[in-house]
Design a protein around this ligand. Structure first.
Ligand SMILES: C[S@@+](CC[C@H](N)C(=O)[O-])C[C@H]1O[C@@H](n2cnc3c(N)ncnc32)[C@H](O)[C@@H]1O
Length: 203
């Protein structure tokens, strides 16, 4: 049988620093919706490390969803749901979650590898799905005040734009402004390894 597990080497490097933050900000027993879970390596790791949480992975790519299922079966994590096929740019993504109680949303390395609309829709949806006090956690590279924070981020930005002119490293201030329109207040910006940021909002 085909092994559907995919591998993203960056997940092995960033999962521990991200876990350290999630451990501090996620309330115990939260239902955590992960948007854009990708391979599912983060999902199996975070679910197995955060046993009191219930992890709900998702992605818009069917192959990613297959990979998440394969990782879930391989590792055998009870508090990890079957992935939802969620495309945040589709109008119905909030309706898909009508029967779920979501306490926090985690989104790692997506908003720069998707059109700006994905960020707008993510914020709009998070503002509607999260309860007061609910957490939105973003991780990735950002420009600050319109400037790249490192040459490696500038190079990465160029390579993203070469692949797709709607992609690109986002301005932190623009993301915060969009969040504010969805009633998401910035709580914290934390510098992470390799010139990435953790950006934490609460509803
Ligand atoms: C660079 S990968 C990051 C995956 C994972 N979070 C990680 O850090 O390894 C970007 C992911 O965003 C997903 N994605 C892109 N556009 C999306 C959208 N509109 N809605 C949901 N997921 C999306 C892709 O399918 C892909 O899995």
């Amino acid at each position: 049988m085909r092994d559907a597990r995919q591998y993203a080497p960056a997940t092995q490097r960033n999962r521990e620093p991200i876990l350290e933050i999630l451990t501090k900000i996620l309330p115990a027993k939260s239902n955590v919706l992960e948007i854009a879970s990708g391979t599912g390596e983060h999902a199996v790791f975070f679910a197995s490390q955060l046993q009191s949480c219930h992890w709900i992975p998702s992605d818009n790519n069917p192959l990613a969803c297959e990979s998440i299922i394969a990782w879930k079966n391989f590792v055998g994590v009870d508090n990890l749901d079957t992935p939802l096929k969620i495309d945040v740019t589709k109008d119905d993504w909030i309706d898909q979650l009508a029967t779920y109680k979501i306490d926090a949303i985690v989104n790692i390395n997506m908003i720069h590898i998707a059109p700006w609309q994905a960020c707008l829709s993510l914020m709009n949806g998070a503002g509607q799905i999260l309860p007061p006090g609910g957490i939105l956690y973003l991780y990735g590279p950002y420009k600050r005040d319109g400037e790249h924070t490192a040459p490696s981020n500038a190079n990465f930005d160029r390579s993203l734009r070469d692949r797709n002119d709607q992609w690109g490293v986002r301005d932190l201030e623009a993301v915060i402004e969009v969040a504010a329109t969805a009633k998401l207040r910035l709580q914290q910006v934390i510098e992470m390894p390799a010139n990435n940021l953790s950006v934490i909002f609460s509803r």
